[in-house]
Design a protein around this ligand. Sequence first.
Ligand code: ZN
Length: 456
Amino acid sequence: MIKHFFDEILTPNGWRQNQLLDIAENGEILAARDGAAHEADIVHHGFAVPGMANVHSHAFQRAMAGLAEMAGPSADSFWSWRQVMYRFLSAITPDQLEAIASQLYLEMLKSGFTSVGEFHYLHHDRDGAAYADPSEMSGRIIAAAKETGIGLTLLPVLYRYGGFGGEPPQEHQRRFIMEGENFLNLVERLQEACKSEPSCIVGVAPHSLRAVDPTLLRDLIAQVPADMPCHIHIAEQQKEVADCVEWSGLRPVDWLFENVAVDERWCLVHATHIKESGRKSIAQSGAVVGLCPITEANLGDGVFPASVFLKDGGRIALGSDSNIYISLAEEVRMLEYGQRLTHESRNVLGNETNSTGMQIYSKAFLGGHQALGRPGEPGLQVGSRANFVVLDKNHPALIGKSARKILDSWLFAGDNTVVKDVAVDGKLVIRDRHHLEEEAITHRFRRVMKELAAGY
Ligand SMILES: [Zn+2]
């Protein structure tokens, strides 16, 4: 057991001063109590907050950040970005994927994320053939999570078709196309691989309504455990909505609720373009909407109706999706600023009880914990896993501020350098802004980027 001391800590019941956490070998919080620094094994002079889940990531896309910012001859859209992405992913090897994912997860930890939902669809070799070990690429994601120490919810993706109505896949989708049976075998293999990794959980991710057909989707849901996290991209783009209406007569979210029992295990990623009926269905179901504000802005997706969705009692979480930029603070800021620009108003997602930073952080923290199926009760309390982020009280953005202004000061006026120490399952993975394996991880990433970014 290790005793950690904090100047201030954010518990489910609010901020507490001069706190000790007794943390077991397995990462569980055994006791949370008043105390003094001299009683502790490790002293954190700062403000501890619960570590956030990043519910939506495509690791390999971190390596193409900055390579798709050139306008084409006609109106640029998500679909032109997707062409660059397809070209990029056609080259990546297993070693390269692991190097990229390690660097990415390191950056996530340093920005305050303590777990990640990896929406992983790069299953096959470059020619589209299955690897001798079908879990080759997934294994590289697990290895990167293990090396960096981030909590992983691995979401292998079922991608079978090229468009609504069972359209055949396109040539450049060959690295991720799978039949239902092969996919279920992969899920089983991954469950086996994660058995010995306490921070690894396996879920499933039907890629989108355009990539599976109704039978495949229903079969998948029926054949995996009922509590397994289930994530899907939905209603991200107007074209996707129009194609779905043309195919089925329904908008994507309405179609999903008509055809599948959506409940708390579901994470609907984006859900940007929804009408009132879809919005109310999601809120009532207890499913989480996985918002990716920086990526949604970068891709020109649109703005999710977050303020009215929260008023309906809806649940949200945050994801970094394309990984164009890694910053927990910036994701929160972009979410709120999108609402301010839309509504021409301030503090749109806050309320009279909670400041805006506190409100978004608390909602996204609880939603993220649920969506990734992370173990234990959420929050820094007895019986929970010790996932915490210590904010540096001597950082210029925080100096002199009281605890109730700390989250707003970090999220609206600070950046990743506010994050000083980070623990996952009780293990300090970032100490004084540094990861023990940082030099080796970044050295490998540098070599891979020189190979991959050449020619762009
Ligand atoms: Zn995505």
